[in-house]
Design a protein around this ligand. Structure first.
Ligand SMILES: C[S@@+](CC[C@H](N)C(=O)[O-])C[C@H]1O[C@@H](n2cnc3c(N)ncnc32)[C@H](O)[C@@H]1O
Length: 239
């Protein structure tokens, strides 16, 4: 990250400034209904591999950058307490309305807590979230959360995660990786180097599963296809 002394002088949290720009574009996405990342069904890799975390029914699961993901319903059906955080009030409202849930709402620090049954969503900026609002967390479910941030913010995302979850639990990550042109085929079968560099100091990283699918190349001609790797990671705290 480039040095930015005037920001430090103003004593404004750096993450807040970096993400302001991104926050505006995410809010716009929801406003314009450009939500191609949303999955209309529960992620099959979640239901298949989540049991390998060995979480008890009453465990509290944090879902950062949750959008209106149906995966939260599945986690709640397993008996877990689900706590999401999502920037867009449109997304949060849509989640509860589309699933016929009637949430209560109350302020929670700088965010607003929406809650129905076993599902709570803290509406606001992830970087404004503190451990007070979140409470005890036993595991994290990340699908397209880390990767929703630009590369220079991902380090801050992981650092903030470690601040708000002082007693770190396991982390379950689903990623979708596009191979770069120079990558050797074997690289698609390894843990992504960015996951290793961001989490490797604090967590043991296991790549549970890799699934390659061929999809039409959005930048290529009609016939062009690219291999995409869906990966499932289980991270367990060291020590
Ligand atoms: C790529 S989407 C993934 C959503 C969800 N995990 C899923 O699987 O459908 C990223 C989500 O993060 C939200 N988001 C982006 N920046 C955020 C921030 N700073 N704090 C909270 N939510 C944020 C966006 O509004 C968007 O809904």
């Amino acid at each position: 990250m480039p040095a930015c002394p005037e920001l430090f002088a103003a004593a404004v949290p750096v993450a807040e400034i970096i993400t302001d720009r991104d926050n505006a574009s995410w809010l716009q996405c929801w406003h314009d209904r450009q939500t191609g990342f949303h999955q209309a069904a529960i992620n099959p890799l979640l239901s298949r591999f989540w049991p390998e975390l060995g979480m008890d029914a009453g465990s509290r699961i944090f879902v950062p950058l949750c959008g209106k993901s149906l995966d939260m319903l599945w986690l709640a059906q397993q008996g877990h307490e689900v706590i999401g955080v999502e920037l867009s009030p449109l997304a949060v409202r849509a989640f509860f309305e589309e699933n016929h849930l009637r949430p209560t709402r109350r302020p929670a620090g700088l965010l607003t807590l929406w809650r129905a049954g076993r599902i709570s969503i803290l509406c606001g900026d992830y970087f404004a979230l503190t451990g007070n609002e979140l409470g005890q967390i036993d595991a994290v479910y990340d699908r397209a959360a880390l990767t929703a941030f630009p590369e220079d913010v991902r380090l801050l995302y992981v650092a903030h995660l470690q601040v708000i979850l002082p007693t770190s639990g396991k982390v379950f990550i689903l990623t979708t990786e596009m191979p770069d042109a120079d990558a050797l085929p074997a690289h698609t079968l390894e843990a992504d180097s960015e996951i290793v560099s961001l989490y490797g100091a604090a967590f043991n990283i296991e790549l549970l599963h890799v699934e390659q699918v061929f999809e039409a190349d959005p930048d290529g001609d009609d016939q062009a296809h690219i291999a995409i790797a869906h990966k499932v990671y289980r991270l367990s705290p060291k020590g």
